[in-house]
Design a protein around this ligand. Structure first.
Ligand SMILES: *Cc1c(COP(=O)(O)O)cnc(C)c1O
Length: 339
């Protein structure tokens, strides 16, 4: 293989050697199959195509200085997928089967795992779709679980830095009793217009307020929000945001550093009081927030007064990345080493 320019890879799809697939038929999951096809032959009346019966996950594998490959918190991703399955009536895949499939696809594509020095990683994308035909609105009786991987470059190509964000009031991504807590494609379909508007206006990403009262911060595109003040890590508690595994990990690390952690509704006005804030998710770990504009209200909440990432964001970012790459001790048992 021609040596890839790992450090300049985008966050995009690149063909790798294999994907793995497990079919659910007659009420049971079958064997794990290895596949080199990139396409899925499917019935035109499959429920994933018509009624959005589909879920996905996102996690990463990292090559350490020691050459070992580490996968971050895969059991958490398995559990979240199970929760999503309950949410949209799909059969659950056990954590054991999920783990076995992730390890298999990573090993099979070992040559695509970027070297330590590049700061790049291998993105792992599990997908579960209803493949059985249905015309009435009902769950399918057949499903396909698959995982593909693709190498992705470092999120911060010019070094860890802040970004501007914008509150979009015109569109909601999810409702208080809707599917916002599940990782399903429908939430992303609902977010496309808001996301395009934010990008067209020159912002890194869109922010959503709670759909009911438009008073509280929900989350930001495909990332959770947190703010820092008075040695406290504060993150929204809401029934319409996706429980981010990065956020969960950062809450633990903040606690380890002797900070207080609060999960509670965060009113928009509170943005004026944060010393630092960030958007967090698998893609960036932390994307520190420079400011959040609320155009319709004529407000601009400047968080990073000097335009630079604050000390707490910087510390948490390096700590979490350090655990992922094996540079920091994995005291919480978050990492699975690929043998
Ligand atoms: C995947 C996702 C996140 C981030 O979750 P991580 O587990 O940290 O990657 C946040 N918000 C939404 C809407 C997501 O889909």
């Amino acid at each position: 293989m021609k040596e890839l320019d790992w450090a300049n890879l985008p966050f995009g799809y690149m063909k790798t050697d294999y994907n793995v697939r497990i079919y659910y038929r007659n009420g049971a999951w079958g064997e794990t199959e290895v596949c080199s096809e990139e396409t899925i032959p499917m019935h035109m009346a499959a429920t994933c195509l018509h009624y959005g019966q589909e879920a996905f996950e996102g996690l990463k594998a990292f090559r350490g200085k020691d050459g070992k490959v580490r996968i971050f918190r895969l059991e958490e991703n398995a559990a979240r997928l199970q929760s999503t399955c309950q949410g949209i009536l799909m059969p659950e895949l056990s954590t054991e089967r999920f783990r076995e499939a992730v390890l298999k696809v990573v090993k099979l594509n070992e040559r695509f795992i970027p070297p330590y020095e590049s700061g790049a990683s291998l993105y792992i994308r599990p997908l579960l779709i209803g493949t059985g035909a249905q015309v009435g609105v009902h769950p399918a009786s057949e499903y396909l679980f698959l995982i593909f991987v693709t190498p992705v470059g470092p999120y911060f190509k010019g070094g860890f830095s802040t970004n501007p964000y914008v509150i979009i009031r015109e569109f909601d991504r999810s409702a208080p009793l809707g599917t916002g807590i599940y990782k399903v494609g429908g939430n992303y379909a609902a977010s496309l217009r808001a996301n395009k508007k934010a990008h067209d206006l020159g912002y890194a990403c869109e922010f959503y307020l709670d759909a009911k009262e438009k008073k509280y911060i929900d989350e930001c595109g495909a990332a959770n929000f947190f703010g820092i003040k008075d040695n406290t890590y504060i993150t929204p508690l809401s029934t319409s945001i996706l429980p981010s595994i990065t956020n969960k990990s950062l809450m633990q690390l903040a606690e380890d550093l002797g900070m207080k952690v609060e999960r509670r509704p965060v009113p928009e006005e509170e943005l004026t009081t944060f010393e630092e804030a960030g958007a967090c998710g698998t893609a960036a770990v932390i994307s520190p927030i420079e400011r959040i504009d609320d155009l319709e209200n004529g407000k601009s909440y400047v968080i990073a007064k000097d335009g630079k990432p604050g000390p707490v964001c910087t510390k948490l970012y390096h700590l979490l990345r350090g655990i992922q790459y094996g540079d920091e001790p994995d005291v919480h048992g978050w990492v699975t080493i690929v043998e």
